[in-house]
Design a protein around this ligand. Structure first.
Ligand SMILES: [Mn+2]
Length: 314
């Protein structure tokens, strides 16, 4: 049987993919994104398709559902908000459906396959959880006590930060990381990854200084626009909030036909809900996780988006 793993190319996606590959060592691994999932499914000749850590794009949802129904066997592991009314439909269309907004994709897939995995592969579930800021689940808090958490966080940081440099940014390099992790190597054993992570730390600290000097504010929101550190959108958005003392920070990038916005908060605010409401109010789309969200809006709507978002912040 031909098996493929379709996963996200961030740290959680890499770890979820590596857990799936540990379970099915002969599987192919492909990286995808919400907007390209439908096309990737269309081209997929495999008998079993494992989808992990990919949000369902609400504009593509019907096409994705039809494609899933046309496949022999689909396993679905995810933790992004599903389009309204979609959960029941996808649950009925797949063989395995595991969805939880409060845990990482890595944790969900690890728990599902754990009986078939080496015990120490739980580290991959830890890395994914740490990377996605969900290292606070009951499962994580219980299981981390069985290991030296300092070592686990060192390895997680090596992976999260290491893949930010161009050397490890491309899909081929990430596919190799997935294989190495699936075979039991730790991130720090992957050649060049620790050095790469160290460079990322240096750039992140430079970025902090830069944002401190250049942050702009709009009432309760702080933002930084079109800076050169593209791979650091999450920390950029967070530092915008941190350095200005505002509740919400944005990192804004003007792309060719739209504006890409990364949103973070140091506070306990469900910014994914705010991102979705504010972006839909200006004709865009948005969502993500409670502490790590994003939006895509029409190119001329930044002022409107800031106003809408600001209205939603208590
Ligand atoms: Mn994730």
């Amino acid at each position: 049987m031909k098996i493929v793993i379709l996963t996200h190319s961030d740290c959680d996606g890499i770890c979820a993919g590596a857990i799936a590959l540990t379970r099915f060592p002969k599987a192919d691994v492909f990286f995808t994104k919400p907007v390209s999932l439908a096309d990737d499914l269309k081209d997929c000749p495999h008998d079993k398709i494992i989808i992990t850590d990919i949000a369902i794009d609400f504009k593509e949802k019907d096409r994705i559902l039809d494609l899933i129904k046309s496949k022999k066997s689909v396993y679905f592991f995810d933790h992004h908000i599903l389009p309204e009314g979609f959960e029941e439909k996808i649950r009925n269309a797949v063989d395995v459906f595991v969805h939880d907004l409060n845990a990482s994709a890595s944790e969900l897939i690890y728990k599902y396959f754990s009986k078939h995995l080496p015990e120490e592969r739980i580290w991959l579930a830890f890395y994914g959880a740490i990377a996605d800021y969900v290292d606070n689940t009951k499962f994580f808090k219980e299981k981390i006590n069985c290991w030296d958490r300092r070592t686990v966080y060192f390895e997680a940081s090596t992976l999260v930060l290491g893949i930010k440099n161009p050397e490890f940014e491309c899909y081929d390099a990430k596919r190799e990381i997935v294989s190495a992790l699936a075979s039991g190597q730790n991130p720090s054993e992957i050649k060049g990854l620790v050095e790469s992570a160290k460079m990322a730390v240096k750039r992140e600290l430079e970025l902090y200084d830069f944002i401190k000097k250049n942050v702009e504010v709009y009432d309760k929101i702080a933002y930084i626009k079109d800076i050169e550190y593209f791979g650091f959108r999450g920390p950029s958005a967070l530092f915008a909030a941190t350095t200005s003392g505002k509740k919400i920070g944005l990192c804004v990038y003007t792309r060719k036909n739209y504006i890409d916005i990364t949103i973070r908060t140091p506070f306990d605010i469900n910014i994914n809900v705010l991102a979705q409401k504010a972006s839909e109010a200006v004709g865009g789309s948005g969502g993500g996780h409670p502490r790590a969200a994003g939006a895509k809006i029409p190119i001329d709507k930044l002022d409107d988006f800031l106003r809408e978002l600001n209205k939603l912040v208590k």
